[in-house]
Write a new protein. Sequence first.
Length: 540
Amino acid sequence: MNFRTRAAQVLLALSATVFVSWLVGALVGGLTVFQSTSGRVSFGDFGNFRLGCWLALAAFVVTPHRLAWVDAAEKWLGGRARWGVPLAFTLYLVVYKIAQHLAFETTALDLSIFHYAVRYAWTDGPGFAWGFNLERSLFSEHFEPIVLWVVPLDMVFRSPLVLLIPEVVGVGLGLWFIVGCSHAYGIRPIAAWLLGAAYATNFTLWQSVRFDFHPEALLPAGIFATLWALKEKRYGWLAFAVFTVLCLKEDMAIVLVPAVALAWFDDRKAWKAPVTVSVVAMVWCVVTLKFVIPAARGPQGGWDLFAERYAAWGATPGEAVKSMLTRPLDLLPVIFGQPVIELMGQLGFVPLLNPLSLLASIPALLEQRLTAYETQHLLLLYYGIGPLTVWMVGAMRGVRWLSSRVGVVALVVVASLPMTWRPGPLAIPRVEGKHLEAKRLLGELIPEGARVSAQTIVVPHLPISEQTKLFPKRAHEADYVVLMPDEFLWPLEAPEYSEVVTNVLDSGDYGVLANTGKLVVLKRGAPLGDAAAVKAQLPR
């Protein structure tokens, strides 16, 4: 056995050890290794996942048996792993999402907004109202009927998990559809799985999963299911996949149409189905914007959605389009800015090998990047999912070109880059006794129908009620004020939050009903209790 073979074996063993320790740490909520100035560092953190990727890549480069490794990997990935890996990925996501909710890491923004809409769809509540904080209809701002698909589940389980679990199951199915779609389009197994790995470890995807519930996280699964059905001529599945994508949000046509167009270039004779899908998508978009969503037709009750986001480009959509046509140079930093480059880097810049995908992504990029809303403008959270999905479709042709022109070894090296730059797998949140105790107390102390002003992190754990408002709304009028001072404070900053809580305590109208060190429950008319301890917990 020569030196290179031995070195490759050592590197591979180290990589496996790091990956196993990362997985164990991730599953148990992180095994703390040491403390640093940047906070807790654990086996479940990103850095250890990245280290495992680098060690595996180094082993692959060093070994003289690279092609044998590729053949063995393709044999394994083409067998049971084709089902087993997506299943394991899905189970991990489900465990992550349940633990995230139990650890009080989901918030009223936006989980409860959607859950209230689901509950009011089948109860005597105020129709499709947002509910606890925004007294508008669900369909006044966006058209996302996919959330109503879980109404039967909510009728049985009555829990926010009826939204969270289907969301991550759909994300897990996305891995299966991406690999299956890549196979259908003639991409060799190792290349298909590298594309799948870029999806499964994608930073933007994981940020979308982490941020409560948003239908956009299901977009890659829906798009690749559509492309698979197109290629395999499964028209029943095609209709279902297209319908699912369009139900995610009113603007999904700006992703669906470019994705279908990119796929059409692989089989230009089969044009009828792609054209039909594109026409249906555009008609759906026009109808929903024109007739379903009041906000798309102008100001509603003093609130103007378009002006709130795109006023810098015009007072109406028509004026905004005119501005873009007359100020094309102003669009260059929008299309080629740093957030776009960073988003492309998550796919190892492989989509650059298919320039058409860059053109196809422009509508989705403009929708997000032209807005005045900073999080959306910077393509953070779920806002980058649209252009990222278009690029992933383009990346199919890119990885196929790499594997046929420069060889599978170069393909592995290039396609592994996104897994070493801002990888996305998140450690399972640690569910501790204090979380379970807080959830138990909420059920015992807050009677049904009580007027409650609750911090955003607490709202998903309270019964759905028209009497529940988001703190600090009704903070001086509610029967109960429910707080978690060391958690997410939105919509207040720390100084404002502390000031409001202090004023409530100093008013003499509320007393401390419970204080576990994690959860604080104030009750109107109760004895003052240890208000000083609560004030000491407030953020500075």
